[in-house]
Design a binder for this molecule. Structure first.
Ligand SMILES: [Zn+2]
Ligand SMILES: [Zn+2]
Length: 148
């Protein structure tokens, strides 16, 4: 789910980090590179196997920092299965199917008709509360094909 080039994404993230008084270190850059390359949510174990030079604890810290400046988003069916992806501001709007059995995360791109229906429904109940909606996130929890 990337419409921007990896270079653009690096530039935007460098700016976000700088605003948060954080440097775009080699480790953080390597993780962002991986997220760009894979193009779907990755787990800490994925990062560990793809980037063996980065210790697990550092990978966690980098992800927390990247989350804190809005560059990365945590996606999870439950606490056992945390995955991380680039924030939607850097990629594009999408939804997730989350398997509670194996932790699989499937990115799904909504059709314009789907988005229109969801937005209309959200506007209806937000209006009742005097709430002004900016965006939504919709993750569907269940079992994937393999887990039945
Ligand atoms: Zn599954
Ligand atoms: Zn949506």
């Amino acid at each position: 789910m990337a419409v921007r080039s990896a270079n653009d994404i690096h530039e935007l993230i460098e700016r976000l980090l700088r605003q948060g008084d954080l440097r775009y270190t080699t480790g953080r850059r390597a993780i962002v590179d991986l997220l760009c390359r894979v193009g779907q949510p990755v787990s800490i174990s994925d990062i560990e196997s793809q980037l063996p030079s980065i210790p697990r604890s550092s990978a966690y810290r980098h992800l927390v920092d990247l989350q804190s400046v809005g560059a990365v988003r945590r996606v999870a069916a439950n606490d056992d299965f945390a995955r991380f992806e680039l924030a939607e501001d850097l990629t594009e709007h999408h939804h997730h199917l989350l398997c509670t059995s194996c932790g699989d995360v499937i990115d799904v791109a909504p059709t314009p008709a789907f988005e229109k229906a969801v937005t209309t429904m959200i506007e209806q109940f937000a209006e009742r509360e005097g709430f002004r909606p900016f965006s939504h996130s919709l993750d569907i929890v269940g079992h994937c094909r393999e887990c039945g």
